[in-house]
Ligand binder design. Structure first.
Ligand code: NAP
Length: 252
């Protein structure tokens, strides 16, 4: 394994991605905080820097743009000074609408961000990992792909695709010392969840759903970050191709 470990976190400017960025920096990784949103990526990198850890923001990176992804990964190598050894594909978009109302544009957009984005990023960083003989990839999917979720057919299909992608890639990359796992979060208190609550799309408030959750609280972004921290660690080398649910018992 290379001495200096660089971790790339997509969608690192908000919610779950922000917590994963903070946690991996605390774990000793030099973190590339990538996001479409320049301001939020910069804020998270600053926050990490103020805590005495290392992070650089890469804003304006749309994960669905292959050329931009390749360019961003090249910038990460230059700025952080080494190959990428950890990739967390976290950026995602969600929409709620009846099946017959889904337009081709939204179907394509959701697939492009949630499924093609991880494909582009994996192709961009796997050569570094193969050369090092070590790598860790974590894909953030969704518990909705395990349970199904009405009015989210496009989103659920994209996340189910990401679970299949994870399993297939894990088998192919295992011999190269690279693990690939997925965390399907469920009901985590982030700006994405609160936006759904505000728009009346949750079928009840966050508090109401917390009551129905076996552990009686919504998930925290830190819950996902903790699982991710383990999956990218040295000691998780025998864990690959797995779906590690972090959902308060909502899906078992
Ligand atoms: P969030 O707060 O909305 O954060 C998502 C981040 O991804 C935002 O910073 C967003 O930037 C960025 N992003 C969106 N599209 C992008 C693109 N094309 N390229 C690069 N960055 C992009 O959401 P979250 O709840 O933390 O979700 C993180 C991941 O967990 C997502 O993949 C989501 O599907 C998954 N997830 C969340 C939950 C939950 O309960 N919260 C449950 C299941 C799965 P902008 O601010 O510019 O949009």
């Amino acid at each position: 394994m290379s001495e200096r470990r660089t971790a790339v976190v997509t969608g690192g400017g908000s919610g779950i991605g922000r917590s994963i960025s903070l946690r991996l920096a605390e774990d000793g990784f030099a973190v590339a905080v990538l996001d479409l949103n320049e301001e939020s990526a910069a804020q998270v990198a600053d926050e990490i820097g103020r805590k005495g850890h290392e992070a650089v923001a890469f804003g304006g990176v749309d994960v669905s743009d292959r050329a931009r992804v390749d360019e961003a990964v090249e910038e990460v190598r230059k700025v952080l000074g080494g190959p990428v050894s950890v990739l967390v594909n976290n950026a995602g978009v969600a929409r709620t609408e009846g099946f017959l109302k889904i337009t081709d544009e939204w179907w394509d957009r959701i697939m492009a961000v949630n499924l093609s984005g991880p494909f582009y990023f994996c192709q961009a960083v796997v050569p570094d990992m193969k050369e090092a003989g070590w790598g860790r990839i974590v894909n953030i999917s969704s518990s909705s792909a395990q349970s199904g979720q009405p009015y989210m057919t496009h989103y659920v299909a994209s996340k189910a695709g990401l679970i299949g992608f994870t399993k297939a890639l894990a088998l192919e990359l295992g011999p190269s010392g690279i693990t690939v796992n997925t965390i399907p979060p469920g009901f985590v208190d982030t700006p994405m969840l609160r936006a759904s609550e505000q728009r009346g799309l949750l079928g009840g408030s966050v508090d109401h759903h917390a009551e129905l959750t076996p552990v009686r609280r919504p998930g925290r972004p830190e819950d996902i970050a903790a699982a991710c921290s383990f999956l990218v660690s040295e000691e998780a080398g025998y864990v690959t191709g797995q779906v590690i649910g972090v959902n308060g018992g909502r899906n078992t």
